[in-house]
Design a binder for this molecule. Structure first.
Ligand code: GUN
Length: 286
């Protein structure tokens, strides 16, 4: 069994980005900028946003966080997004999800300018992904593809079972795998007999937030496991959706939690923001 080391790869990517940021500053005086909207007090969301901000600092990006109270109105968030859309110093906009129940999340995500949509959640970018066109791709599935590539794992023709059908992870993950010529199945909460599906898989990619959902008896020998879950165990430790101790005896490759997909998500947010900044810099020069 070999670990797919996302921590190591994300550091390598950050170094490359840092170099490119310096070049961009030297050639056009531009500093890539990321604006984040954080609503409410959810500790997990606050921790994620803090990690994203720290990563921006490490590579030399400008970043700003709009901290908003849980009781904020739809109009106030929309006004902030319009301001960020119009601000030339902001290359990327990220709305940390979930938003409170009084907020229409779809409307908010549709208001983000598609060329600043570094999370890839705008229907324009979702459409481009599903049609195989260039655009902004959601960071977690994009990070998984980069990690597979780093370890020379080609998904072409492989049976890939994605467990979880969210807009953030499962659906874009399936689209990326399909675009890379994999055979893709999506399983979800209503799937009958999950084991029947996972047993046939060459690669299992799971992100549903259920501790120990994937056990060794659900898998064939030498399977490749991508664990996208992040859960807090009773002992306070971070764990994924896979029974790591037992599954790691059976698989050929596996991502650890923490240190697998998580750091790759942040590295891809940086990559997407740099991509947006480069496009903006080019447009300003025209
Ligand atoms: N909430 C959980 N994951 C994500 C993510 O990747 N991006 C945003 N914006 N919110 C999230």
């Amino acid at each position: 069994m070999q670990l797919l080391d996302g921590k190591k790869l994300s550091k390598k990517i950050e170094l490359e980005i840092t170099k490119e940021v310096k070049e961009l500053k030297d050639t056009c005086g531009c500093t890539p900028g990321l604006a984040v909207v954080l609503v409410g007090q959810d500790p997990a969301s606050a921790a994620y946003v803090n990690m994203k901000k720290k990563a921006c600092d490490r590579v030399g990006f400008y970043s700003i966080t709009h901290d908003m109270p849980e009781t904020i109105s739809q109009e106030a968030i929309e006004k902030t997004i319009e301001m960020m859309n119009d601000n030339p110093n902001v290359d990327g906009i990220l709305i940390q999800l979930p938003l409170p129940s009084q907020i229409d999340t779809t409307k908010i995500l549709e208001l983000v300018a598609p060329e600043k949509d570094v999370d890839g959640f705008h229907p324009y970018n979702v459409g481009r992904l599903t049609t195989g066109l260039d655009g902004f791709v959601p960071c977690t599935p994009l990070g998984v593809m980069k990690l597979l590539k780093e370890y020379d794992i080609d998904v072409k023709g492989k049976n890939c079972v994605v467990v979880g059908a969210s807009n953030i992870v499962g659906k874009p993950m399936a689209a990326l795998l399909l675009n890379a010529d994999a055979t893709v199945e999506i399983c979800h909460i209503f799937t009958d007999d999950l084991k029947k599906h996972t047993l046939a898989a060459d690669i299992v990619l799971v992100g549903v937030g259920v501790i120990n959902l994937i056990k060794e008896d659900m898998l064939k020998d030498d399977v490749i496991i991508i664990d996208i879950g992040i859960n807090r165990a009773e002992n306070g430790k971070l764990v994924g959706d896979v029974d790591f101790a037992n599954v790691s005896q059976k698989c050929s490759y596996i991502t650890p939690v923490p240190g697998g997909v998580g750091p790759m998500t942040i590295a891809m947010l940086l990559k997407n923001t740099l991509k947006a900044a480069k496009i903006n810099a080019k447009e300003r020069q025209l």
